[in-house]
Ligand binder design. Structure first.
Ligand SMILES: [Zn+2]
Length: 225
């Protein structure tokens, strides 16, 4: 068994003595699958990040592409309703970022700091789960679909079907799955995520230029699990 790293995988500053569930427990129904992902993090990061878990969950289960998911229809939509009743400010935050697209469907502005932070956290956790990748300094951005490139989301979905064998994949029932691309010679690392088998996101880390070269784990160095 590999030793657990001592450093938090989100900041490297704190002691990674706490386990963070990624995606958070609240993303699952009350009877979740057994193979949930946990990663070591510090108490400070856990407290900071979990503050927005409920809001992000409410957002992610509210898309046209996720609402028909069986567990959302049967349980999580009730959880969301109670969450709105208990914390109206969280419902208001969702309204703040709600807009309409021309055909009358609702749409959400995802270009908000809460989503940026959440997806960076999930992608870092995925790289740890897949390759035991510790914290590394990088800028992070992500893409879902672009109004100018409607084909993009389709391509992101295809990553699950055509990922080369050196990629790591994991599926947690149909709640969450990922494809993690191993390190190569470039300064970029990709992670593809699927939430509720409907919301597809690609996250991208770009190593910061001019920083000391840090070692990115590759599958060959990965210890047996
Ligand atoms: Zn931390």
């Amino acid at each position: 068994m590999p030793r657990k790293p001592k450093a938090c995988i989100y900041c490297s500053q704190g002691f990674g003595g706490t386990s963070d569930h990624v995606p958070p427990r609240g993303f699952y129904p009350s009877n979740p699958p057994a193979n949930l992902i946990t990663v070591p993090c510090c108490e400070k990061c856990r407290v900071r990040d979990s503050e927005h878990d409920e809001f992000i969950r409410n957002l992610f289960i509210s898309f046209d592409v996720t609402e028909p998911h069986q567990s959302i229809e049967s349980e999580l939509s009730d959880t969301r309703r109670r969450s709105f009743e208990n914390a109206p400010s969280k419902a208001n935050r969702l309204l703040e970022i709600t807009g309409e697209v021309p055909d009358g469907r609702k749409a959400f502005t995802l270009d908000i700091p809460e989503v940026d932070r959440f997806l960076e956290r999930v992608c870092r956790a995925v790289l740890f789960d897949a390759f035991r990748q510790p914290y590394f300094e990088a800028s992070f951005n992500w893409t879902k679909e672009s109004p100018f490139l409607p084909v993009e989301e389709q391509q992101i979905q295809n990553a699950f079907k055509i990922a080369p064998p050196e990629c790591r994949q994991k599926q947690i029932a149909d709640f969450f799955s990922y494809v993690a691309v191993p390190a190569d010679d470039t300064n970029i690392r990709f992670v593809v995520l699927s939430f509720y088998n409907g919301l597809f996101v690609m996250g991208r880390f770009t190593l910061l230029p001019g920083r000391p070269k840090i070692e990115l784990c590759s599958p060959r160095k990965r210890s047996r699990r």
